[in-house]
Design a protein around this ligand. Sequence first.
Ligand SMILES: Cc1cc2nc3c(=O)[nH]c(=O)nc-3n(C[C@H](O)[C@H](O)[C@H](O)COP(=O)(O)OP(=O)(O)OC[C@H]3O[C@@H](n4cnc5c(N)ncnc54)[C@H](O)[C@@H]3O)c2cc1C
Length: 491
Amino acid sequence: MELQDLNVVIIGAGVGGLAAGALLARKGAMVTVLEAQDYPGGCAATFAREGYRFDAGATIGCGFHEGGPMNMLGKELGIVWPVLPEPVAWQYRHNSIHLDLPSQRLGILERFPRSAPFWKEQKGLAKLLWHLAEGGLSWPAKGVRDLGRLARKGIAGLPESAHLLKFSTKTVREWLAFHGLDSDPDFVRFIDAQLLVSVQTTSNYANAVNAAIALDLPLSGSYRVKGGIGTVAELLAGAIEEKGGAVLYDKNVIRIDSVRRQVFGLETSDGSAIAADFVLANITPESLAMLTGEENKPDAVMSDSPHWSAFVLYLGMDPDLFTALPTHHIQIIGASGELAEGNSIFVSFSHGDDPSRAPEGLCAVTISTHTLPGQWFEAKEKSRSAYMELKSAYIERLLDVFSEQFPKARRSVRSITAATPVTWERYTGRLQGLVGGYPQTSLFKVRGPATSFDNLFLVGDSIFPGQSLPGVVTGARRAVELLLQRNDKTT
Ligand SMILES: Cc1cc2nc3c(=O)[nH]c(=O)nc-3n(C[C@H](O)[C@H](O)[C@H](O)COP(=O)(O)OP(=O)(O)OC[C@H]3O[C@@H](n4cnc5c(N)ncnc54)[C@H](O)[C@@H]3O)c2cc1C
């Protein structure tokens, strides 16, 4: 079918769905995005509450560096991202260890001098991976054409390619052991803390190649998005509309209609029926199975590593607490040294020079921790009071860990709103509130965009390369590529 006759419907206005939609609209397709909420962005939205604009989940803009996935996307779509580089990506704190993560690793090398060879290898691998990701990654490979493209990008020629092959099946723990670093609990904890927020698992499970690029974030650069991270989704939605597409809000898709391996339309909770030549689902495979009525079979992507949801606090705060810091993001590991479940938190606060984010003299703060969803749904099932009790306990736990490093934290809080996995399920449509993407444990057991339907593709952080803005944009390019190939075949 000619592209201008192609009717593509996208379920969900997350960054993955919007990026795919904007790329397709630019190529001439007719794009309609159906979004259940009344604003775009999903996990990377910014929402208004009581005079504040809080980042819902994501707070750090990454991939905006020259040649990075967001930078390339902006150039292609004619979007000038309103971003400013942050000199320090974030500060890591555990007891008396305070480490800034700027674009050079000097402080880290000073604290962990034996880690220098590890970082050298990481840097080389990340360089190769950024190079391979330019213009999209043909992975998981669908055939000879994809493998040929990887080869053409120079995978065989670069010296780091040997490392790529060597580490492609290794865990980070094995990589650390190779450098004799696995016996240093402070270094392992520091690495685990970074991996948990970037590849959703720790060194025992995380794949070394995935980790190499995740650990590169402070070096490749972190960026502040003016108006909050949700501005990215708003601009992408604008790019779709500018090309004649539509982004429709309050449109909750409740059913996908199909005959054999072909999807022909969707139904929304307000009774609309929408026809489609192709559908892109910006949702998890579990949620997709609910819409198609298929049985959701656990597949090879599932790993032993837990699948996390998040507990998030949105605080209105007095910014005085943060004035001496070199960054707007702090990762705090509680005294026990445990990660997740409120013992490790990621704190982000809005910039004083962005008046759109908070009432005068105050700032909007997002604090998140990884949590397993089961306990939240069990408590909700039991009774409202059991659920509220658990929620209060988590609020206190997060504030306790925050106060370990900032003793005046509690006194600076002006308002509190909390989101549990139950909230995330309701808000993003992800079953069990499984936000953050899949744990990146293997390069070879990853999910691509294809589904069991010929004209239905997945997009978002459930597909390779997984979570983060640059991650879902890279995955969106792959979904668009496969959709266009499929269209070519059927034309
Ligand atoms: C706490 C937290 C912190 C994070 N921090 C960062 C960070 O600092 N930097 C970073 O780059 N990334 C971060 N991430 C990851 C990043 O936010 C996500 O990987 C990314 O935003 C996911 O985008 P997505 O396209 O997969 O979909 P989502 O964001 O999940 O969006 C999907 C959209 O689809 C809609 N939808 C779902 N079902 C339906 C339906 N049936 N009908 C209609 N609409 C539907 C939802 O309402 C939603 O808007 C963080 C994530 C979390 C949870």
